[in-house]
Write a protein that binds this ligand. Sequence first.
Ligand code: AHR
Length: 324
Amino acid sequence: MKIARAVLVALAVLACSLSSLSCSREPVETGAKKKVVVGFSQIGAESAWRTANTESIKSEAAKRGMDLRFSDAQQKQENQIRAIRSFIAQGVDVITFSPVVETGWEPVLREAKEAGIPVILSDRTVDVTDDTLYASFIGADFVEEGRRAANWLVEATGGKAVIAELQGTPGSAPAIDRKKGFEEVVAQHPDMRIVKSQSGDFTRAKGKEVMEAFLKSPEGKDINALYAHNDDMAIGAIQAIEEAGLKPGKDIVIVSIDGVKGAFEAMMAGKLNVTVECSPLLGPQLMDTARAVLAGKTVPKRIVTKEGIFPMDVAAKEFPNRKY
Ligand code: AHR
């Protein structure tokens, strides 16, 4: 008897997977309300920003009683692709992910589309020719962040600076866009030069290591400004600058992006000059969008988060308000 029932269930599952008819992922009505199942592939835990982002998404899902299937890709695109395929196999209601790099997503996104599972991009975008492969992209305008960082530096230095740049993860949307926005402004100021530019992979350890190398290079003694694509790399670089016997924030003016608590502490200590905010608190918007998509509502293709800029002189006043 048991075997017969098992065979029947297997046949039903097979029929379901072969047919697109009446086999939605809606559960069999049991009387209880169905939990929305969200598959989320996170990049990893490279920075304080990322940790806050994970926490925001996890806590928002829990608050709303959603079933969040979380997967940490440990900075590897192949792990993210594997996780997305697994979400498809599990038949989740919606997939969301922060793409570690911009390119290479088309095939797996097509698989999700064919399975009828909507995808929402969180924090970072993808480079695809067919934008029907995702429902919405929620995150900051990274190009604008780069421009804001550069504009602040123009004001602070009177348009004269020898700049070192710590880039984010190669191929990632924030690294590409923050560089682009910054360079766009710097190009209008002939006395501003970027003399060193290398990836510090968005981590403190790499930021320190690369800054040490910058300072030891032939251009090292001329560097008087640092642009770091995130706060963690700036904090690592501050250590390298101090170990080289220089004063961060004075001998080298430092501008970075994110607005994490660690950056505010560095500003209060006079070691970091400004941070351009990039909010990781995407959980509420993400879950609102997931709900709307599942309800069949039209959602904006692009949702840009609102952000500020915090120079050193407002750090102490703002610090108590910081949530991440
Ligand atoms: O994609 C957002 C960036 O990724 C943040 O600036 C950085 O800290 C993170 O790791």
